[in-house]
Design a binder for this molecule. Structure first.
Ligand code: KIV
Length: 264
């Protein structure tokens, strides 16, 4: 049975932590699903970790749909959440609903995620009314990298913290089924979490959120350009892959591969 937004809402009062990880293609989505993660985010982070771009801004709707389709095809249980790319929802409510609808209708996602505080509320409301579950993303919002002047921890001043607390409530009232909190002090994340009935999913937001999310390439050691403080690397797949590929090259060069058992 697929994880639904009702499961998310139930897990919070039960004190069960919600687990979420990104994936961008069929084989990794299959592994993440098999591992039992509750949700898979097809994050616009794919611009950086898959496409090799400087930031998340250039990735397009069509590219996000392409990747979300591959993930949906692989997943049996996890909720698939499509991340709405820059300019797919900022310009108008109509854009927001139409593009969010593509993730559901064309790509097989069960929900979408958008970045932004109170300014995103009317879009969250319209998408929710169009039967599209929305996860709202506040704190460090990477699509605002130029306004923020880099990837910096948010909500450090009293005023900024107050704004985030208010934004969280406004987005919940607008219909968001969950809030993603990125790079904010743990104490503030705890306050936001305790003030909401919808669950919070943290990344760099401390241990008191209702769930956690990370980028799979960070977790597996496949992205080296920079490693944020909040990342824990659980494997070094780059090293493993390098070892395997070097061995294959050597065996071809020495005539060891293919052997009899690989020949007809
Ligand atoms: O695009 C992404 O991967 C994200 C992270 C915060 C998980 O939004």
């Amino acid at each position: 049975m697929k994880v639904t937004i009702n499961d998310f809402l139930k897990m919070k009062p039960e004190g069960k932590k919600i687990t979420m990880l990104t994936a961008y293609d069929y084989p990794f989505a299959q592994i993440v699903d098999e591992a039992g993660m509750d949700a898979i985010l097809v994050g616009d982070s794919l611009a950086m970790v898959v496409q090799g771009l400087e930031n998340t801004l250039p990735v397009t709707m069509d590219e996000m749909i392409y990747h979300t389709k591959m993930v949906s095809r692989a997943v049996k249980r996890a909720m698939v959440i499509g991340d709405m790319p820059y300019l797919s929802y900022q310009v108008s409510v109509e854009d927001a609903v139409r593009n969010a609808g593509r993730f559901i209708k064309e790509a097989g996602a069960q929900a979408v995620k958008i970045e932004g505080g109170r300014e995103a509320a009317e879009k969250v409301e319209a998408m929710t009314k169009a039967e599209i579950p929305v996860m709202a993303h506040i704190g460090l919002t990477p699509q605002a990298v130029h306004r923020m002047g880099g990837y910096k921890v948010q909500g450090r001043t009293e005023e900024a913290a107050k704004t985030l607390l208010e934004d969280a409530k406004i987005l919940q009232d607008a219909g968001a089924f969950s809030l993603l909190l990125e790079a904010i002090p743990a104490e503030l994340a705890a306050q936001i979490t305790n003030g909401l009935f919808v669950p919070t999913i943290g990344i760099g937001a401390g241990p008191h959120c209702d769930g956690q999310v990370l980028v799979i390439h960070d977790v597996l050691g496949l992205f080296e350009r920079f490693v944020p403080k909040f990342v824990k690397r659980y494997a070094n797949l780059k090293e493993e892959a390098l070892k395997a590929i070097k061995q294959y090259k050597e065996e071809v060069e020495k005539g060891i591969f293919p052997g009899k058992e690989h020949s007809f």
